[in-house]
Structures are given as C-alpha cells and as structure tokens.
Design a protein around this ligand. Structure first.
Ligand SMILES: Cc1ncc(COP(=O)(O)O)c(C=O)c1O
Length: 404
C-alpha cells in the first residue's frame, strides 16, 4: 500500500464560473445543472456520428424532463422517443402528440389499459404513434384482447434477444407464429424490432471477445429479419423500424445492414458511467451543485479525535472537512479537487461529510460540484434543472415526477 499524495489544489475556472452563475441566480440548495453549450455539442457529436440512413431515437428515461427532450428534439430534428413507463407515455402523448414513441420495455397489459384510460378524446391521435413492445406470445395475446376492447389497431414492435439475455425473441418457431399472428390479425400492425445490446461495450476487447459478441448480436438480428421477410415479404420488412443500441454502442452502427435507428440518451449529458473510449468525444454536461454548510480547517471524527493526527500524516486528503447541503447521491465529487467521502463518518442525505487535502479552500455558501454516475433516477432528486448558458442560469426545466 503506497502512501497517498495530496490531491487538493486550486479550483477549476469552469466550476468557479458555474458557482458565480448559481450565486447570481440566488440558488442555495442542491441543484442539477445542465451546461447547454456542452449539451448542444453532444447532440451535434451524436448526429455527426450517424451514417446516412440511421435515425436517432431519444431515450426519455435518461433525459427525464419535457423541456430537455423538447430541446433535443428541436436540435437533433428527431421525432422519435423511447419511453419506459405508463405515466411518462401519457405525459409525452399529451405534450408531444406527434412524436413516435417506442416502449423500451414491455409494459404489463394493465399499464397499457391505464394509458388508454388516461387519454382524452383529443389525445387519441397520439396513441396511434405508440409502438408497443412485445416479448412473448402470451403478451401478444393480452394486447390483442386490449386492442379488441379499445377498438384500436395497436402497432407492435418485437423485442429481440441479441445476446443480452434480458428476455425477448429469437428467430425460430415462436417468432414465426407471432409474426403470422400480427400479419393476420386486424387488431395489429407490425412496426418493427428492438434489439438492445449494451453488454457489447462491457465485454473485453482482448482475444476478440467483443468482436465475436458483436457479430453474434448482428447475426441474431439478421436471422429475425430474414424470418420476417419470409412471413411478411421483403417490401413490408423494408418499411420496418429496426431499433438497436444505447449510448455505449451507438457508434458501432456505421451502415444500415442490421439497424436503421439507434437509441441513446445518457451520452448527451454524460454521467460518469459513460466515460468510455467510444464516448470520448462527448462532454460531461450535467453536474450536481450544492452549497457548503460548514468548512473546517481540521478533520475531527467523533470518538476518534486522538487518531486524527495519525490519519492526516498517512493520508493528507483527510486533513480538512466540509459538510455540504444534502448528499448521499449516486455521484462523485469533482470540484474542489481531491474531495472524497469519509468511510469512517459514513454517508448522509442531510449534511454529508467530505474530506480534502491541505489546499482545500472553500467557504460556507460556496458550491461543491459532483458528476452523477447516471442520469436516470438521479436527475429526479433535485427539482427543476438549472440551465447554464453564457455564464448565467437562463432557464429552469422541471423534471418528470419521481414516481413515473
Ligand atoms: C431498450 C433500451 N434502449 C436504449 C437504452 C439506452 O439508453 P442510454 O443511451 O441512456 O444508455 C436503454 C437504457 O436502459 C434501453 O433500456
């Protein structure tokens, strides 16, 4: 075990600028901040990577705010959303009735029924823009009953298992008979396939592991398409949505041989889980900012006061302490530099303790900044998003309800 060096030092000008903007806006509570210029750069990066013929679908759960999604729709020109639960499906149908919504997971049929009940007559056209994700013959049967009961033709999309093994269909007798059902049943129209493969990015590149898994995923997808061609005909298949990918894998799709659209969300705000080599061109665009409540020149741990000198001598990063407003988020402190959670004191959602080195200089009411690990769920913990643009907080974007 080598002795840790002092990681504290001067604050980053970028975060000092953000701090000034928050202070000027009168913000004094834990806040999720989005840097709009970086967000826009990420949208342009994503769109710039997509080859001709590959469309972009916006993953709503990773970008959980109507205003944020509206901005991304406008800048990317995408009219396609991926939605993951009924309350969001309803909210998006009402706010963006013209958007095409593909369910990112199969919803229990009771949730789909609640969706239809939640709509007003005026919202009916939005319901026709939903692609219901179906993974089993049983769910197809349930949705057929729902279609009959509501008098609606349901657009269905089949979930494929291309190697993630989170359920879904593979080429074979079951898929064939399900394709025949959607072809023949007046209650359905067939919209396409969805094959998600985030495991590819997690596999090691060594010994060709990742390449093998990638060609395996594309072979599985192609076999399903071949079966669809047998049942539905080439013309019908050429019009289908062929959805694939997520942030970590969208750059794998450099032609339209397998997919004709990719879905991605997180890479536009880039939480730390998306710090990968392929996503290098994307910039961290979301931060948690929270005021310091107390700043102490010396760390003192309850009942362990006698140990402080020894601990400081071994690890200088435990020398000083701040207590912040709130805490216990899925996030890593990034500024001031060298801050870390204190294992002995533990985590706190009320006043979290962070320790730092000898050069940690921060006063009460100044801000500590964190990068979230993920955007899903974490973005919902802070109320309205603060939009940082040209050195100021220019807008507040409400987030979806946490229960959704
Ligand atoms: C079906 C599906 N597609 C795509 C995504 C990608 O989302 P993100 O780009 O935010 O990782 C997800 C995320 O969970 C998903 O479940």
């Amino acid at each position: 075990m080598s002795k840790p060096g002092d990681e504290s030092g001067p604050r980053d000008d970028y975060f000092l600028g953000l701090q000034a903007a928050l202070t000027e806006a009168g913000i004094a509570a834990p806040t999720l901040v989005i840097d709009k210029a970086r967000l826009d750069a990420n949208i342009d990066t994503l769109m710039g990577h997509l080859p001709a013929g590959i469309a972009y679908r916006i993953v709503a759960k990773s970008l959980p705010s109507l205003d944020l999604i509206a901005h991304i729709r406008q800048r990317s020109g995408s009219n396609r959303l991926m939605t993951f639960n009924q309350p969001l499906l309803t909210a998006l149908s009402k706010a963006m009735p013209d958007a095409d919504q593909l369910l990112g997971k199969p919803l229990p049929v009771a949730a789909a029924r609640t969706y239809f009940k939640s709509l007003d007559v005026a919202d009916a056209p939005a319901a026709a823009n939903v692609q219901w994700l179906i993974d089993t013959p049983e769910r197809l049967r349930q949705y057929r009953e729902l279609a009959a009961a509501t008098g609606q033709t349901l657009r269905v999309n089949f979930e494929l298992d291309v190697g993630l093994h989170r359920g879904g269909l593979e080429a074979g007798d079951t898929l064939k008979s399900m394709l025949e059902t959607v072809r023949d049943a007046a209650e359905f129209s067939f919209a396409g396939f969805m094959g998600y493969e985030p495991h590819l990015a997690a596999l090691p590149e060594a010994l060709g592991w990742r390449e093998r898994a990638k060609s395996g995923a594309w072979r599985r997808y192609s076999e399903a398409l071949a079966q669809a061609t047998e049942v539905l005909g080439a013309d019908a298949v050429s019009k289908l949505v062929r959805n694939a990918a997520g942030s970590p894998t969208y750059r794998y799709y450099q032609d339209t041989d397998v997919a004709n659209e990719v879905s991605a969300g997180s890479c536009l705000v880039k939480p730390t889980h998306f710090d990968t080599a392929l996503l290098e061109p994307h910039l961290p665009a979301s931060f948690i900012a929270t005021p310091v409540i107390k700043s102490m020149a010396q760390t003192r741990l309850p009942g362990l006061e006698f140990a402080a000198d020894g601990q400081r001598a071994w690890d200088p990063n435990t020398s000083r302490t701040v207590f912040i407003y709130g805490g216990n988020w899925l996030a890593d402190p990034v500024d001031p530099p060298g801050l870390s959670y204190n294992k002995t004191f533990g985590r706190s959602s009320n006043q979290e303790m962070l320790t730092g080195g000898h050069n940690l200089v921060i006063a009460p009411d100044e801000f500590v900044f964190f990068r979230p690990h993920q955007s899903e769920a974490v973005f919902l913990q802070f109320g309205d998003i603060a939009v940082y643009e040209d050195g100021r907080i220019t807008q507040r974007w409400p987030v979806f309800p946490a229960s959704a």
